[in-house]
Design a protein around this ligand. Structure first.
Ligand SMILES: Cc1ncc(COP(=O)(O)O)c(C=O)c1O
Length: 417
C-alpha cells in the first residue's frame, strides 16, 4: 500500500513579526545594567522612588476578597462588577441605565474591551463601516481593529508645530466620513499627545457625530488618573450619551486608574436605542466571549467591585487617584522648570500644557537613540515620554541629558514630526 504524499511545510508561510516596540523597549531597559537608567517608555505609573505602586485602596480591597472561591464566573463576567462599573462610567443617574438601554460585558482590560467592541460592531455593521483612529494614537489601535477585518483610517489629531490638537482636521474628518463610520476617541488624556479637546470642542464634536450618523467608540483607559477626578475625566462620554442621547461604546480599563495592570480587568459598555437592542447586543457579546475565552478572570473584577461597593473605599480610591495625578503634574512642572533653567533650546511649554501620563517631546529619532545609548534614558522612538517614569531623583539628570542632546549640533535637529 502506498502512503499518501506528505509535506512537512506546515509553517513555511508564517512571517516573522518584529517584537512590539514598546514591550521591546521595556525589555532593553530591564537588561541595561547602568544605574543611571531611566524608563520613560511604557505607560505604567511608578511612585516617587520609581517603583510600581500598589494602591492602598487595592490592598484593602484584596483583603476583602480573600474568601472568594475559585469557580468560573458567568460568561459576561461578575454581575456586581458590571453593574457598578457601568454606573461608574455613565454616572449612576444615566437615563440609559434606567431605561435598560445598556449592554455590558467584562473584558480583558482595555485592550480586550476594544477587541470585544470591535467584534460586536463588525457583526452589527457587516464590516462595511470604516474605523477612524487618531494620528498619532496608541500603538495598538490599528492592530486591534484591522485584525477583526475593519478598514482602518487615521486622521490628524495633533498639530506637530503647535503641540495642540488640530481641531479643524478633526471636524473636517468627521464631516466627510461616511455615515455609520466608527470613530475611536480617547475619552481623556489622549495617548500619546496629551492633548484633549476642551468641553466646548467636545460639544461641537458630539454635534457633528449626531448630524452625520457616526458611531462614537470611547477608549477610556485613563479616567480618574488624568485630572484626579473620575467624573471630570468622564465628561466627554457622559456628554455624548447622557446629554446628547447618542448611542456609543465605551471601553474601560482599570489598569491605570487602579494599578491593576496584570489583572486584565476592563468593561465594554454599549448604549443602544432600546432595551430590546441592548439585550440582543449583550447576548452577542456573550456568544463572542464564549467562543474566545469562555469566561473572564475573576480576581480583578472582585477587587474593583470591592472598591466600588464600599463608600469608604471609594473615598480612598479618590485620594489615590489624586496622589497619582498630582505626582504626574508635579513631574511635568519639574521637568519643564529644569529644561528652562538649563536653557535647553526649544519650546517646552507642551510639557506642562499636555495632560495625563504622556508627552511628546518633539525630538528627532537620532536624538531619541542618542539619549538611549549615551544616557540610558529610554523613550518611544517618537519621543513620547511617560511622565510617570520621572521622579525627584532622575528628573534633573533627564533634563540635563535632553539639553545636551538638543544642543549637540551633530544630531538631527528637533523635529516636531
Ligand atoms: C489609549 C490606550 N487604550 C488602551 C490601553 C489598554 O490598556 P490595557 O489593555 O492594559 O487596559 C492603553 C494602554 O496603554 C492605552 O494607552
Amino acid at each position: 500500500m502506498s502512503s499518501p504524499s506528505t509535506t512537512q511545510d506546515f509553517f513555511t508561510q508564517v512571517p516573522r513579526i518584529p517584537p512590539d516596540a514598546i514591550f521591546d523597549l521595556t525589555k532593553k531597559f530591564l537588561g541595561d545594567p547602568d544605574p543611571r537608567k531611566v524608563n520613560l517608555g511604557q505607560g505604567t505609573y511608578k511612585d516617587e522612588n520609581g517603583a510600581p505602586w500598589i494602591l492602598p485602596v487595592v490592598k484593602a480591597a484584596k483583603d476583602k476578597t480573600q474568601d472568594a472561591n475559585h469557580e468560573y464566573l458567568p460568561i459576561l463576567g461578575l454581575a456586581t462588577f458590571r453593574k457598578l462599573a457601568t454606573e461608574l462610567v455613565l454616572g449612576k443617574d444615566a437615563s440609559a441605565i434606567a431605561l435598560q438601554r445598556v449592554a455590558s460585558s467584562q473584558a480583558l482590560s482595555g485592550t480586550g474591551a476594544l477587541h470585544l467592541a470591535g467584534e460586536m460592531l463588525f457583526r452589527a455593521l457587516g464590516g462595511e463601516a470604516p474605523v477612524y483612529i487618531t494620528k498619532p494614537t496608541w500603538s495598538n489601535h490599528r492592530q486591534v481593529f484591522a485584525t477583526i477585518g475593519f478598514e482602518v483610517h487615521d486622521f490628524k489629531w495633533y498639530d506637530d508645530n503647535t503641540g495642540q490638537i488640530d481641531f479643524e482636521s478633526i471636524t473636517n474628518t468627521l464631516r466627510n466620513a461616511p455615515p455609520r463610520s466608527i470613530f475611536v476617541f480617547h475619552a481623556s488624556a489622549h495617548n500619546p499627545s496629551g492633548c484633549d479637546p476642551s468641553e466646548e470642542q467636545w460639544r461641537s464634536i458630539a454635534r457633528i457625530v449626531q448630524e452625520r450618523g457616526l458611531f462614537p467608540l470611547f477608549d477610556a483607559a485613563y479616567l480618574g488618573i488624568t485630572s484626579g477626578d473620575y467624573d471630570r475625566d468622564a465628561f466627554a462620554i457622559r456628554h455624548f450619551i447622557n446629554e446628547c442621547g447618542l448611542q456609543a461604546a465605551v471601553c474601560s480599563s482599570f489598569a491605570k486608574n487602579m494599578g491593576l495592570y496584570g489583572e486584565r480587568i476592563g468593561l465594554v459598555t454599549f448604549v443602544t436605542q432600546s432595551s430590546d437592542e441592548a439585550m440582543a447586543v449583550e447576548s452577542t457579546l456573550e456568544q463572542i466571549t464564549r467562543g474566545e475565552i469562555s469566561n473572564p478572570p475573576a480576581f480583578g473584577a472582585r477587587i474593583v467591585s470591592a472598591v466600588l461597593e464600599d463608600e469608604s473605599l471609594r473615598a480612598e480610591w479618590a485620594r489615590n487617584l489624586s496622589t497619582m495625578s498630582t505626582r504626574i503634574a508635579d513631574m511635568r512642572k519639574d521637568l519643564f522648570n529644569a529644561l528652562i533653567k538649563l536653557h535647553a533650546p526649544g519650546d517646552w511649554r507642551r510639557v506642562v500644557e499636555q495632560r495625563g501620563m504622556f508627552c511628546i517631546l518633539g525630538l528627532s529619532l537620532e536624538q531619541v537613540l542618542h539619549l538611549r545609548e549615551k544616557y540610558h534614558i529610554y523613550m518611544a522612538d517618537t519621543s513620547r515620554i511617560s511622565i510617570a517614569g520621572l521622579n525627584p531623583s532622575n528628573v534633573w539628570y533627564t533634563a540635563e541629558a535632553i539639553t545636551k542632546t538638543v544642543q549637540d549640533k551633530n544630531l538631527g535637529r528637533i523635529n516636531y514630526k
